[in-house]
Write a protein that binds this ligand. Structure first.
Ligand code: PLP
Length: 391
């Protein structure tokens, strides 16, 4: 749906939903099948097995017909009880929303304050947990790739911090925008619940979300008293054993998932991650060459999914984005919450090539000029030099 006719393809360079490859769109364009019939179980089992590879887990991966927000809720209501204390880290807008959700669910989140310019800090988590001598904190919740800022949290180090404190809290991680773009290891990093969504690195439309569930989390679910029905893991896992779902699954989205997983595995996850790292480095070089500032201040926390860019004082990121969509038919991400109008976000995730990235950066460089944002017109060249090996 478009309100106006514009030649050429729309450039969807927000940090998700990302561009859906034609091969995935074609997979969706197949007749919906009987979700209780014999073929479905075969397909269901195949997909449920295959999806584990991108989470790098041998555990159950539950698939919901819901946006990522639903999978956030599922992670909380399956593992916690009313009044439980949980530790959350203020990495940005999405971490703040997850915390608000916890409050609405009658959980008691405690928020480690952050400045939205870096990921979670393992040392502070360790210190906080050490002080909790009675082990009242039941879970630590961290956003792996904070989509509002372009900062990542180092999950293996968070795990190590929890272990160093000798604390039994569950580790719940949101990698809604990190999965299948950046390395993510549910099992090796000792994550108890991984939350993800379809519309980012998985290159699907919005509409599916996921919980990868450790044995410890499943055990916690036996004790957890928060009310749950739709989100309950147990009937899901029971039906999934034969490839079926307890309620009508999003059949055509599963066709899409099957194809997207094939594409990721054909490229090879290592290569997918390396491609994203490269896109992100080229983008950061462009931003610096423009004389602008990257929102993430900690190089170890740079996201390979998106880059948040700060505008000089007195200039509007929203006006810049409006000029770019109007003139070049390209969408960029807006600044969320306290970053509204201060920051714009470049999505470089999912189905993206070097040439698509260069077109994106060209659109931004032209947009900076049109919108009158002070900059040096050197960003595109810096990215090209990096990508062609002359940096
Ligand atoms: N968490 C993160 C890190 C996100 O990027 C998003 C969406 O962009 C969400 C949670 C919420 O997911 P959804 O909008 O699919 O409900």
């Amino acid at each position: 749906f478009q309100t106006r006719t514009t030649p050429g393809r729309h450039f969807l360079q927000i940090p998700g939903p990302s561009n859906v490859p034609d091969r995935v769109l074609r997979a969706m364009d197949n007749p919906t099948m009987d979700h209780r019939g014999p073929d479905f179980g075969v397909m269901g089992k195949m997909i449920l097995d295959k999806v584990k590879k991108v989470f790098q887990t041998e555990s159950h991966v539950v698939i919901y017909p819901a946006s990522g927000t639903g999978a956030w809720e599922a992670a909380l209501v399956n593992t916690l009880s009313p009044g439980d204390r949980v530790l959350m880290c203020e990495t940005g807008w999405f971490a703040s929303l997850w915390r608000e959700m916890a409050e609405k669910l009658d959980i008691r989140p405690e928020f480690l304050k952050g400045d939205w310019r870096r990921g979670a800090e393992p040392a502070r988590i360790e210190e906080y947990l050490r002080a909790d001598k009675g082990h009242e904190i039941k879970a630590v919740c961290v956003v792996h790739n904070e989509t509002s800022t372009g900062c990542t949290s180092r999950i293996a180090e968070v795990r190590a911090a929890i272990d160093a404190a000798g604390h039994p809290a569950l580790l719940l991680v949101d990698t809604i925008s990190g999965l299948a773009s950046m390395d993510y290891r549910h099992d090796e990093w000792g994550v108890d619940v991984t939350v993800s969504g379809s519309q980012k690195g998985l290159m699907l439309p919005p509409g599916l979300s996921f919980n990868a569930v450790s044995a410890k989390a499943l055990k916690a679910a036996d004790q957890a008293k928060l009310p749950r029905s739709f989100w309950d893991w147990k009937p899901m896992i029971a039906s999934n054993a034969t490839g079926y779902f307890p309620y009508t699954p999003a059949t055509n989205m599963l066709y899409a998932l099957d194809t997207a997983l094939d594409m990721l595995l054909e490229e090879g996850l290592e290569n997918v991650f390396a491609r994203h790292d490269r896109m992100a480095e080229a983008t950061r070089r462009a931003v610096r060459a423009w004389g602008l500032e990257v929102q993430c201040q900690e190089p170890r926390h740079y996201s390979s999914v998106l880059t948040g860019v700060r505008l000089p004082e007195g200039h509007s990121a929203n006006a810049l984005r409006a000029a770019i969509v109007e003139r070049f038919n390209m969408s960029l991400g807006n600044g969320l919450g306290q970053l509204n109008d201060r920051v714009f976000r470049i999505g470089h995730l999912g189905d993206i090539s070097e040439l698509q990235l260069m077109a994106t950066l060209s659109g931004i460089e032209m947009g900076l000029r049109i919108a009158g944002v002070p900059h040096k017109p050197e960003g595109v060249r810096a990215a090209m030099e990096y990508l062609t090996g002359n940096a």
